[in-house]
Ligand binder design. Structure first.
Ligand code: NDP
Length: 432
């Protein structure tokens, strides 16, 4: 069977049929499909050694978004998330990009950042000059601190020294930034090891006090960009022509650059997709979240992260998203979490770099889905339709009752928990 992530009526299949389809289309091996079918969590032994005071495991459903082509490669997107409608919206958005070849990405450099912060410095200009003149020694110390990353082709690439000024505009700290090629790892531990190896020498050269040496999650030397083109034709609704919808999407993204109240929610939509894939890949979602939100504030106020524009000659809506993304394909908890490795298989990736490119594309798709819905029919229609399942479960429905109560809820003008409870009671009375 052809390897395509455009699999029709996937959502109508049973779980085992979906896994058979993913196998048939070449996205998972027999073994991985078996593991996805039977897994109920991680082994007690692993769970107990991953964190402290472990008492249980917290489960989230994992699904796949379809229809993605990223840099010419068909891929299926694993998403671990509790919120209904995110996966449906993401799959639907990706469909709009297929006729123009899907998403294209660029990723000029991928370096992890560390910082060594010093204070009680007599002459800041001299201190900065001193550190800048000893970069070769810093590189040698870094190699001694973590030789294996150098053997793998990585290690310290760049050093920058910055004077940090306080609120009164006085020089108060001298910070030395290290930019490290961490190869396939996310690299927090690699960078922290290097920092601890290098810091004592710099402290001695400067005769200064050390405040701390630590990785920075603000990965401005690991920026990924995803772009896509959507023909106006595909955007038309019953009430608006395609170009008008495209124009509204452009304005929505523009507005999110101006008003932080909107920007936060605009970016929350992007993070719906990004967090879900980051979780499914076993990566550190706190690190990714913190870095992305800082990047959204880089111009001095918190802004929406996507840019949409019209190309009238081509009759296309063009989207772009740039994010700091530094994920690992190994290291941390990734090797201990069996589903994290299967997520890489589903995405058809071999490297952390490819993974970041895909995740950026997912963020752009998710933003398109949300903004398109908001400027046309609103998000509640689609959202509430899927939320009906959650309401049915909340009301106490189990097994087949869930779909029966949810479908009756969907037929109503308004749905809420009281209605779900009432419908469940009615259903049980009918069946008793
Ligand atoms: P690890 O400490 O697991 O380091 C990855 C290790 O994998 C390397 O040291 C390397 O060991 C080995 N490795 C094997 N093959 C490769 C390869 N091809 N490329 C790179 N390394 C390879 O993980 P990280 O350093 O990535 O740290 C990530 C963890 O740190 C996450 O769990 C994160 O939550 C946590 N953390 C995060 C912080 C933050 O974000 N602020 C702070 C502190 C920790 P070797 O070369 O020796 O064989």
């Amino acid at each position: 069977m052809e390897q395509t992530s455009k699999i029709s009526k996937f959502y109508q299949k049973t779980r085992s049929e979906r896994l058979d389809l993913l196998k048939a289309h070449g996205f998972v091996s027999e073994n991985s499909a078996d593991l996805l079918m039977t897994t109920t969590g991680i082994s007690e032994d692993v769970a107990n050694h991953l964190i402290e005071n472990q008492i249980s495991q917290f489960s989230l459903p994992m699904g796949v978004a379809l229809n993605f082509i990223v840099d010419g490669q068909e891929c299926v997107i694993p998403m671990a998330i509790e919120e209904p409608s995110v996966i449906a919206a993401c799959s639907n958005a990706a469909r709009f990009t297929r006729s123009t070849g899907g998403f294209k990405t660029s990723f000029p450099e991928r370096l992890q950042t560390g910082q060594m912060i010093f204070y009680q410095i007599a002459d800041f200009a001299n201190a900065k000059q001193l550190v800048d003149s000893r970069v070769d020694e810093i590189k040698q110390l870094a190699e001694l601190a973590h030789p294996s990353i150098v053997v793998r082709g990585g290690g310290l690439v760049d050093v920058e020294t910055h004077i940090i000024y306080n609120e009164k505009d006085q020089a108060e700290y001298l910070t030395v930034y290290l930019y490290v090629d961490v190869k396939e790892a996310m690299g927090a531990n690699i960078v922290n090891t290097i920092l601890e190896g290098v810091t004592p020498a710099i402290q001695e050269w400067l005769a200064a006090e050390k405040l701390m040496s630590i990785l920075s999650n603000y990965n401005t030397r690991s920026l990924v960009t995803a772009t896509c083109e959507i023909p106006f034709d595909l955007l038309a609704t019953n009430h608006l022509d395609g170009q008008s919808v495209a124009q509204k999407i452009v304005k929505a993204a523009h507005y999110a650059k101006l008003d932080p109240y909107r920007a936060v929610t605009h970016n929350k939509g992007i993070m719906n997709g990004i967090d879900a894939v980051v979780m499914a890949t076993g990566n550190d979602y706190r690190a990714i979240e913190a870095g992305i939100h800082a990047y959204a504030s880089r111009n001095g106020s918190y802004q929406g992260l996507t840019t949409w524009q019209l190309d009238l000659d081509k009759q296309m809506l063009e989207g772009q998203l740039t994010l700091p993304l530094l994920l690992g394909s190994l290291g941390g908890a990734i090797n201990a979490l069996p589903l994290a490795k299967i997520s890489q298989e589903l995405m058809q990736v071999d490297t952390a770099e490819q993974m970041a490119r895909i995740i950026c594309a997912v963020g752009l798709a998710q933003n398109f889905a949300a903004v398109r819905a908001l400027v046309t029919e609103g998000i509640q229609k689609g959202h509430m339709s899927l939320h009906a399942n959650a309401l049915a479960i909340h009301a106490g429905a189990t097994g087949e009752e869930i779909e029966l109560v949810a479908s009756r809820l969907r037929a109503l003008e308004r749905m809420n928990l009281a209605k779900a409870t009432e419908l469940l009671t009615e259903l049980r009375q009918q069946n008793s």
